[in-house]
Design a protein around this ligand. Structure first.
Ligand code: C2G
Length: 153
């Protein structure tokens, strides 16, 4: 009888923090079900994503630790999924500490340490620096500096 672990996430711009939490959660059982937030659910969460749902789900599906990937379409589906997949452990990173304690009557609930120094938000900020508008501004500044330097040569 496999011990099923369940978690959910957006997993936008997949990074090592996502991988760590999924690997850590897999240690709590032997079958990991990962709910990936759909684009429409992310809108409800007020979360703008860069990578569309299909690709975010495919990336998670490709992980050794993920045994099943399902769409996360609502906050309320957790209880249904716990029953549907006979879940023993529900887990999230500790930024969600306490938020899902109402699931305790249905299964074990764990909140595990997050990975410091990495987040999709930081990656988006870093990517923003590379966007064309920003590069055009940098180029304009560079041209101005070189025209000033030429005057002094
Ligand atoms: N995470 C982590 N370390 C990071 C970043 C994220 O451990 N540096 C964890 C989060 O704690 C979460 C999982 O990775 O457990 C997915 O994080 P997000 O993709 O940001 O998911 P989120 O938007 O928090 O959606 O119903 C629950 C929601 O769908 C969770």
């Amino acid at each position: 009888m496999k011990r099923v672990v369940l978690t959910y996430g957006t997993f936008d711009l997949f990074h090592v923090g996502h991988l760590n939490i999924l690997n850590r959660l897999k240690q709590y059982g032997d079958y990991l079900v990962v709910g990936v937030s759909t684009d429409s659910f992310n809108e409800k969460k007020g979360k703008k994503t860069i990578i569309p749902f299909h690709d975010r789900a495919e990336i998670v599906r490709g992980l050794k630790c993920a045994d099943l990937v399902i769409p996360e379409e609502s906050w309320e589906q957790k209880k249904i999924d716990i029953e549907k997949y006979n879940v023993s452990v529900f887990g999230m990173g500790h930024d969600w500490e306490g938020r899902f304690d109402e699931l305790k009557p249905y299964c074990e609930v764990v909140y595990l340490p997050r990975t410091d120094g990495i987040s999709s938000t930081d990656l988006k900020k870093a990517l923003k620096v590379l966007d064309n508008k920003h590069i055009a501004e940098l180029k304009k500044a560079l041209d101005l500096i070189s025209s000033i330097v030429e005057k002094f040569e």
